[in-house]
Ligand binder design. Structure first.
Ligand code: IVH
Length: 685
């Protein structure tokens, strides 16, 4: 590229990036994913490095980003809110490069000992400064351009985990706490599920959800969306004993009752950083919130001061990225899939794209209204998101990139839901008030039958290992299996003859089917695939009724007596067992000995029998599923919300409203250690 070309490209990049900045920071409505923005930004940075004479003081590379919205009062940050350098190389080289730079800046020779680092998560939300004066939260402000932010105190007060008063008898005169407001994935999914069911607009991703909620002019809207907060530093401080290291600062903040993530380490040298980056990468999908990387900081504050800043970025900190969870790709086709309950789901077939650590070729479009609202068409460039173990979804269309068409090649038409099921041809029906359309053919539809069998065999249901979708397709298409009951009559020779099967794999599958006989009642209930009966409800039902016959005989009134079963679930159960076909299949499964009656974990036995627990916040070592499993195998029950019937609340970091409620009701609150002790102890009275 010659100088003139470079100049033209620079101008183009600056204009485009400024546009994206405005959309992102001011309107909370980005039109391209971060990964794309990063690419443009890096291209601009490298061109400016190559042609320093073409760099301008107003280039987007010179600012932190964001202009305050006119509607909020401006807040001047006495200690500026800085940005942080990003290491985009997602391999260990990123950590090595940072350590090498720090050592060089500190003038350390190879012989000198390793620098101590603090490593923590890079939360993906909105930076926030909380100002406590004499222990009381007096102001919350966004970062804005780093010098001036927006006053959003009212909205921040709705974040449950942010204390309105510090937990100390001797509060500092001023303590500004810096951290990130974000939305947990489960809160995001729950909110969107609710919106989708009412055909209302959904939130794009948790980060925008957090930013959008905090910058709502109406605090009531912010209050409806559950947000979380973690601290990662401090701003202005007056009258506080300042610890010697970053790690101790965070400990001190936690002691004041501020939420600090326990996912952090302090240790020597790049090895600490590399190990942290790797460990967190392995657990990224199972964290309850999105992160886009980790952050490394020189631990000692005196060394931080010595290192200082370049432009608006500290030399003592760096962000080390992970593969993006949102990427751009194009839509090659829009097809529909028929689910287990007949739900017709539009699915986008995509040009393969690497996102969230895997290659994605399909993404859900949820339902007809969503496709129309997002106006997704074949040929469009779209943002695809894959985070955690949630199925990939199309977030939005980049309309700016919609291919221009003329009369000869018109724009692809608006998506229309087929009138008939693509699998069986039966009419598709969308009931009034429902967002989802369904095939009306029930289990006579091969697609529904296949999905029902796949679900029956799935890991949390009957756990028939090796019986995947491809095999079920063959079995159903060849007429060998019509219902789950047919699985128990399969013969070795039949299986060995199937495509991609041999004597050995057929024998393994047969053995897996054998092992699945006599599964616990709750697994069997879940495996039946009754609409609105998930794993938890299946456990509640098994515990309550103890035997399948009792459940099948239950009327609405007795179903409603089960904890957390409401009229919608009760109705689905009655409809399922009211279907003669379903009863016939169950009778055959009974003969096959598919399940064993008895409560999931019989009440009356186990040390925690009859005790109800509620889990709140993130535990230091156990995942939520593990804690639940441990409590349940000791005969206890885990409920979702705190009530007078709750015996214990197990609280981790950032426990939230359940914790407050527990205190209100005078319920015993345990930490993870307390829970472990309880499990080891004898019987609980
Ligand atoms: S430290 C002086 N630590 O990432 C360094 N930032 O561009 C100030 N972020 O605006 C930031 N997690 O919103 C720091 N553990 C963490 C972070 C973190 C997320 C955000 C923050 C900041 C941006 C850096």
């Amino acid at each position: 590229m010659n100088r003139a070309d470079a100049e033209a490209r620079l101008q183009q990049l600056r204009a485009e990036i400024e546009d994206h900045n405005y959309n992102y920071y001011v309107l909370d409505n980005p039109v391209v994913p971060d990964a794309e923005y990063d690419r443009l930004f890096r291209e601009l940075q490298s061109l400016e490095q190559q042609y320093p004479e073409l760099a301008t003081p107003d280039s987007p590379t010179r600012r932190v980003g964001g202009r305050p919205l006119a509607a909020f009062a401006p807040v001047h940050h006495r200690v500026p809110m800085l940005s942080i350098r990003t290491e985009t190389d997602t391999t260990p080289a990123g950590a090595l490069a940072f350590d090498a730079r720090v050592r060089k800046e500190l003038g350390l020779s190879e012989a000198e000992p390793a620098v101590e680092y603090a490593a923590e998560l890079k939360f993906d939300g909105l930076a926030m400064s909380l100002r406590y004066e004499h222990g009381v939260l007096v102001q919350a402000a966004t970062r804005g351009d780093g010098e001036t932010g927006e006053e959003v105190t009212q909205n921040v007060r709705t974040v449950q985990t942010i204390p309105l008063r510090l937990n100390t008898a001797a509060p500092p005169a001023v303590l500004e706490v810096r951290g990130e407001v974000f939305m947990r994935r489960a809160d995001f999914e729950r909110y969107n599920e609710k919106q989708r069911a009412q055909s209302k607009p959904t939130l794009v991703n948790p980060r925008n959800a957090a930013a959008g909620s905090i910058r709502q002019l109406d605090p009531a809207i912010a209050a409806q969306r559950s947000l979380s907060f973690y601290c990662y530093g401090i701003g202005e401080v007056v009258g506080w004993y300042l610890p010697a290291s970053h790690g101790e600062v965070l400990d001190a903040l936690a002691a004041l009752g501020l939420p600090v993530s326990t996912e952090r380490v302090v240790g020597p040298g790049s090895a600490t950083l590399i190990a942290f980056h790797r460990d967190v990468a392995a657990r990224r999908d199972s964290l309850p919130f999105d992160i886009d990387g980790v952050v490394y900081k020189v631990n000692r504050l005196d060394l931080q001061r010595r290192l200082g800043f370049v432009a608006r970025e500290p030399r003592w900190a760096v962000a080390h990225k992970y593969p993006a969870q949102e990427e751009l790709t194009t839509v090659e086709a829009i097809e529909v899939q028929v689910g287990r309950t007949g739900a017709i789901t539009p699915v986008a077939r995509l040009k393969p794209v690497f996102v969230g650590g895997v290659t994605v070729t399909n993404a859900t479009l949820h339902n007809e209204d969503e496709v129309r609202r997002k106006d997704v068409r074949v040929g469009d460039t779209v943002i695809v998101r894959r985070a955690g173990d949630v199925i990939p979804e199309v977030v939005a269309v980049v309309l700016e990139r919609r291919p221009l068409r003329d009369l000869v090649t018109p724009l692809y038409p608006v998506f229309e839901l087929p009138k008939n099921c693509p699998e069986c041809g039966a009419p598709v029906l969308r009931l009034d008030g429902e967002a989802v359309a369904r095939c009306t053919n029930g289990l006579s539809c091969p697609a529904q039958r296949k999905q029902a069998i796949v679900h029956f065999a799935s890991r949390r249901a009957m756990a028939i290992e090796g019986l995947g979708e491809k095999l079920v397709d063959q079995l159903v298409d060849l007429g060998l299996v019509q219902t789950p009951a047919d699985l128990y009559g399969l013969k070795l020779e039949t299986l060995a003859d199937l495509e991609r099967m041999a004597q050995k794999s057929a024998a393994n599958l047969l053995a897996a089917i054998e092992t699945s006989r006599g599964r616990a009642l709750y697994r069997f209930i879940y495996a039946l695939g009754i609409r609105n009966v998930g794993e938890q409800t299946a456990k509640d039902l098994a515990r309550h009724f103890g035997a399948l016959d009792a459940l099948m005989a239950a009327d609405e009134a007795s179903l409603l007596q089960v904890d957390e079963v409401g009229s919608i679930v009760a109705e689905s159960i009655l409809a399922f067992f009211g279907e003669p076909h379903n009863r016939a299949v169950i009778e055959r499964l009974r003969v096959a000995g598919a399940w064993q009656d008895g409560a999931a974990r019989p009440t009356g036995s186990g040390r925690l029998a009859g005790k109800t627990f509620v889990l709140s916040g993130t535990l230091p070592t156990l995942t939520r599923d593990q804690a639940k499993e441990m409590i349940e195998s000791a005969g206890g029950k885990v409920a979702c919300s705190v009530s007078k019937k709750t015996d214990f609340v197990v609280a981790g970091s950032a426990p939230g409203s359940k914790f407050t409620k527990a205190l209100e009701f005078g319920i015993v609150v345990l930490d993870e250690e307390g829970l472990q002790a309880l499990l080891k102890l004898g019987r609980v009275i």
